[in-house]
Design a protein around this ligand. Structure first.
Ligand SMILES: [Mn+2]
Length: 281
């Protein structure tokens, strides 16, 4: 478990899972959000694998990185979750510009807006300029909950139902891993089939894109709804960087400004297939 002295002594501390020494794929920008450290649903090992394989000039942490709501109810902090924090701080130390935009689950950090901690800039929102000169508004997305869902208690109610679904999801993942099957998210597939969930997602996307358009930017990057997506909505580029509970996604910008959504479970599966082929050859 992470102690305060350990965090203060971060420069000397070592991660539980050592960093892999592999050539990292470099991007201009990386966005991740909805990691939900401090919950059992968080796929910290997959995120560690991601962080060890990629690099970027700028990295945006688009909220819900740590789940303060869950931690308050029940303290859960395995070494892998510590290792994620360690890697994020290490990146900032190595020269990546890290911008942390707290979400609703880690809103406790919003009071530090404008401050820099260990090279991590804490902001309420940001404007990112792409290599091809487009201006993107970066925010978590819970700002629109009042419009999409009514009141905040509904969000909490949703959170409880969501935690229950995540519990089932975790068991499915464990059984699949035990059976040697690749990662697959039950909840992600369930959500895609439930009409209300689909309607909610598209309504959220439209509202966020519309709000961004009225602020005069070319596009918006957000998280919050755990549904990675990139598409044009009413002349505004809408990007959602997904999550690390169900999807294991990141949004990346290439050097020419081209954007891409990475599905890290697929990347790992492809890498493992390659290894098997090489071993067989
Ligand atoms: Mn959120």
């Amino acid at each position: 478990m992470l102690s305060v002295t350990e965090l203060a002594d971060f420069a000397q501390s070592r991660p539980h899972h050592p960093e892999r020494v592999v050539e990292r794929t470099r991007y201009r920008t990386i966005w991740i959000s909805d990691v939900h450290l401090g919950t059992r649903g968080c796929n910290a090992e997959m995120l560690i694998d991601f962080l060890d394989h990629v690099d970027s000039d700028v990295m945006y942490l688009v909220g819900d990185i740590i789940d303060g709501w869950r931690l308050k109810k029940r303290f859960y902090w395995p070494p892998a979750h510590n290792d994620v924090v360690w890697r994020l701080l290490k990146r900032a130390k190595r020269g990546t510009r890290v911008v942390y935009i707290p979400g609703n689950h880690d809103e406790v950090f919003r009071q530090f807006t404008g401050l820099d901690f260990g090279g991590v800039e804490i902001r309420r929102k940001a404007i990112h300029e792409t290599a091809d000169g487009r201006r993107l508004l970066v925010l978590h997305g819970d700002e629109f909950d009042a419009v999409t869902m009514g009141h905040r208690w509904i969000a909490h109610l949703g959170d409880t139902a969501y935690q229950a679904l995540m519990g089932v999801n975790r068991w499915v993942s464990l059984v699949r891993r035990w059976a040697g099957m690749p990662y697959w998210s039950l909840s992600k597939h369930a959500k895609a089939r439930v009409k209300n969930a689909v309607a909610f997602v598209s309504r959220f996307e439209e509202i966020v894109a519309h709000a961004a358009g009225s602020r005069g930017v070319d596009g918006v990057v957000c998280g919050h709804i755990h549904t990675a997506d990139m598409r044009e909505i009413g002349g505004v580029a809408y990007y959602n960087d997904g999550d690390w509970v169900e999807g294991c996604n990141a949004l990346v910008e290439h050097d020419d400004g081209r954007m891409e959504i990475l599905n890290w479970a697929d990347v790992i599966a492809a890498r493992e297939r390659d290894t098997v082929v090489k071993l067989a050859a």
